[in-house]
Design a protein around this ligand. Structure first.
Ligand code: HEC
Length: 115
């Protein structure tokens, strides 16, 4: 019985998580997402937005760059702040996932001479 309950709870949570993503744009549905859906999908796909990770300042830089060079329009300040908040909260910088270099002591002993 308990196992069944856990199973159902798990299914429900998967279902809830799935509905947190907008099917058509792929955007995370959280505060401010409708502005991003309305303003950020006209010139390129939303996947360009989603695949980018940045802090607030960098998101702002990206928007300013598009405004200067790509004909992106100006936003009303109260809309812009919601867009930047949304982007910085939902698409923050990723921690560096690269592994550190292998210690020299753990490297195989090379028999080749490097020319
Ligand atoms: C008026 C057209 C237009 C709109 C609207 C627009 N963009 Fe862009 N954006 C561009 C163009 C053009 C590029 C460059 C595309 C490329 O390099 O292929 C771009 C590139 C980007 C990039 C990639 C930047 C990089 O350094 O590679 C991101 C991220 C981005 N846009 C996010 C957004 C967000 C967020 C919004 C909404 C606030 C938005 N865009 C709205 C035109 C637009």
């Amino acid at each position: 019985m308990r196992v069944l309950f856990i199973f159902i709870a798990l299914l429900l949570s998967i279902e809830l998580n799935a509905s947190d993503i907008d099917n058509s744009s792929g955007l995370i549905k959280s505060s401010g997402w409708e502005h991003v859906r309305a303003q950020c999908g006209g010139c390129h796909s939303y996947s360009l937005v989603i695949s980018q990770r940045a802090d607030r300042n960098t998101w702002l830089d990206i928007i300013r760059w598009m405004q200067k060079t790509q004909n992106l329009w100006q936003f009303r300040p109260e809309i812009e702040v919601q867009i930047i908040d949304y982007l910085a909260i939902n698409y923050p910088p990723k921690p560096n996932r690269r592994r550190p270099p292998i210690l020299p002591s753990l490297m195989p002993i090379s028999t080749d001479k490097v020319q």
